[in-house]
Design a protein around this ligand. Structure first.
Ligand code: ADP
Ligand code: MG
Length: 609
């Protein structure tokens, strides 16, 4: 329960709404208990009319009812019955209106809290480090922001509303009942706690079972989804039957559990009705016996039966409220776990670099880095000096540590040893946003958002760029002509439901997105791997013109045919094994020279490192 304390700040934020909600709930229940009292009164009147023995207005009624009855008493019998019916109807309408406001305040408050909480979680997610995303699955993150937040809402909204409702109803009806017959009150209320407890237990069982069913359903969905997205692989390996068998097994498991759940529910609802029926029976039996000796009790019995029926739903809701609160507490615990995770990589408290001070000088000094969750040593004593405006090529086999160089420069991770400086300032001392704004990054894994091509390219900027600007970037990335051929041109949607682009096309859109930003430093991580040699040459030539005063680092596992780099670095197992200009490396006659010769012997052929 202590986890839910995290929500107090929201209750405080919406305190006026909350207080109004409590007021409406309480007052709607006040009007609710007037109806049974009026009914009891009318029954008594009928009884008296039949036995023709007039009596005064009973004193143990609610003050409001007594005041109204003072007027009603003056009427003749028929008018009295009609007046009472009208009063009952009016009271019900007032109650209904108050209930409307009760929901409008409390449930609306919970929706506001849900909205705030979703934003809080989402904003926090965005701050967390790259390593956090490596250790938590996307499914888990999605679940917390969707599932857990809505479970918490069941607590801040319905659970709290039903609880206040119950407390108010019990208070008002027990006062009314006690005033009329304390003994009978005790007897008829006795089964209600048992009812609440039974419902709580049954609810917990149903909840456990439905959790399992939910889990199985989510497995089934994942299973089906994978079959759809991997349909071509399935068909080409003729695995339709096997996939169906797998799906069928999951489906069968789901069916068994769902039927189990239906069975428990089938027992649950009739038993609940039975318990309620027993309470009513008890009232009629005991009250009826008493009425044999005192005919004035008949009105009271009728009144009590109505109270019992009014109380059973809220009382049975206690069990529901308790299990909702428990679930909300478990969900809030999960949310707190994330919300209390502090990013380790953040803007320094006193950054030493201000806007516009960054240059393109980059120095890696004895940098070592190990991925902590796998223990893989990705870089070992890596040193590299890049001057403003230089073009660097980093060459190496897959897994040699090239991408890690980029990730460290962007501060997705911090090095374990050594330091990285830009313009002489340690990257740790530079405000994060400034650092990342200063670098244009084309990641190795292309990711395009489900949006138009134009918007995907514009994503590189914080503001909306003029169309010519977007088009120019695309042209620089050698993709403009191909986009113009698409039916919607720059308005064509990409992503899951958009057009299917080739890997090379996606890579070039991703390059255009980076080029539009035009910062001091450009970082291209293996971003031409899916592009043919001719296009690759075109892009590199265009980049060389475009990036004249900018620092550019190109990472690749493939040697380029157009070479005009200030430095070429060959990486292996996180270490630099060869370093120099093209000329120097050729003179060294090492690994690079051998690769280059291979490349020249068969022009047009791609030579892998
Ligand atoms: P390259 O880009 O040269 O292919 P990387 O820098 O991606 O190499 O990877 C270097 C080493 O670090 C590899 O052994 C790889 O398996 C490992 N590695 C890369 N990224 C991660 C990560 N996020 N978590 C754990 N290990 C990683
Ligand atoms: Mg890589």
């Amino acid at each position: 329960m202590k986890h839910l304390a995290a929500l107090n700040k929201y209750f405080w934020k919406y305190r006026y709404r909350f207080l109004a909600g409590i007021f409406f709930t309480a007052s709607s229940n006040y009007f609710a208990v007037l109806a049974p009292e009026m009914t009891g009164y009318v029954v008594d009147k009928v009884q008296q009319h039949l036995s023709s023995k007039p009596t005064a207005v009973p004193k143990h009624y609610d003050q409001f009812v007594i005041a109204m009855l003072g007027e009603v008493e003056k009427l003749n019998f028929t008018q009295l019955v009609i007046a009472c019916s009208v009063i009952i109807l009016a009271v019900a309408i007032i109650r209904g209106i108050l209930m409307f406001f009760m929901r409008q305040t409390l449930i609306v408050m919970s929706r506001h809290i849900e909205y705030d909480q979703k934003n809080e979680v989402y904003t926090h997610y965005q701050k967390l480090d790259a390593s956090f995303y490596k250790t938590h699955s996307t499914g888990d993150l999605m679940n917390r922001i969707a599932e857990d937040v809505s479970r918490v809402r069941m607590y801040t909204g319905p659970a709290i509303m039903y609880f206040i409702n119950l407390v108010a109803l019990i208070a008002f009806s027990v006062i009314n009942m006690y005033r009329k017959d304390p003994g009978l009150t005790g007897i008829v209320l006795a089964p209600l706690p048992i009812l609440a407890l039974t419902i709580y237990i049954a609810n917990s069982i149903i909840h456990r079972k439905s959790e399992r069913v939910q889990g199985l359903l989510s497995d089934l969905t994942t299973n089906a989804q994978e079959s759809y997205s991997g349909i071509r692989v399935i068909k080409s390996f003729v695995q339709e039957k096997a996939m169906f068998g797998f799906f069928n097994k999951n489906s069968e498991e789901y069916r068994k559990n769902a039927i189990g759940l239906a069975k428990v529910e089938a027992v649950y609802f009739p038993s609940m009705t039975l318990m309620i029926g027993l309470s009513t029976l008890l009232t009629i039996f005991i009250g009826g016996n008493a009425a044999l000796h005192d005919p004035h009790k008949i009105g009271v019995i009728v009144e009590f039966v109505i109270y019992i029926n009014m109380l059973t739903f809220p009382v049975s809701a206690i069990g529901w409220v308790a299990s909702m609160t428990q679930r909300a507490s478990a969900s809030q615990k999960r949310l707190n776990e994330f919300l209390h995770t502090e990013p380790t990589i953040k803007t320094p408290e006193q950054p030493i670099v201000k806007d516009g001070q960054l240059t393109g000088d980059i120095v890696f000094k004895n940098v070592s880095f190990t991925y902590s969750h796998t223990g893989i040593k990705a870089l070992v004593k890596f040193s590299l000096t890049v001057k403003q405006g230089q073009k660097i090529l980093i060459l190496g086999k897959t897994g040699s540590g090239k991408s890690t160089v980029g990730q460290l420069l962007l501060r997705f991770y911090d090095p374990d040893e050594g330091a990285i400086t830009i313009g002489g300032k340690n990257v740790k001392q530079i405000p994060l946003q400034l650092l990342r704004n200063n670098i244009s990054y084309v990641p190795q894994d292309v990711f395009l958002f489900s949006d138009t091509i134009g918007n995907n390219i514009n994503f590189g900027l914080q503001t909306k760029a003029p169309f010519e600007y977007i088009k120019q970037s695309a042209a620089n990335a050698s993709i403009d002509a191909e986009i113009e051929e698409l039916p919607g041109k720059y308005e064509t949607a990409v992503g899951e439901r958009g057009v299917t682009l080739s890997g090379g096309q996606k890579q070039r859109i991703s390059i255009a997105r980076a080029l539009i930003k035009q910062p001091q430093i450009m970082l291209f991580d293996d971003c031409l791997s899916a592009v043919d040699t001719k296009t690759e040459n075109r892009i590199i030539t265009s980049l060389q013109n475009l990036l004249q005063n900018k620092t550019a680092i190109l990472i690749t596992h493939r040697i380029f045919t157009v070479l005009n780099f200030d430095q070429v670095i060959i990486v292996e197992d996180g270490r630099i094994i060869e370093q120099g200009t093209h000329r120097q490396l050729m003179d060294m006659d090492g690994y690079y020279a051998e690769l280059y010769r291979l490349q020249s012997e068969t022009p047009g052929k791609e030579v892998m490192v």
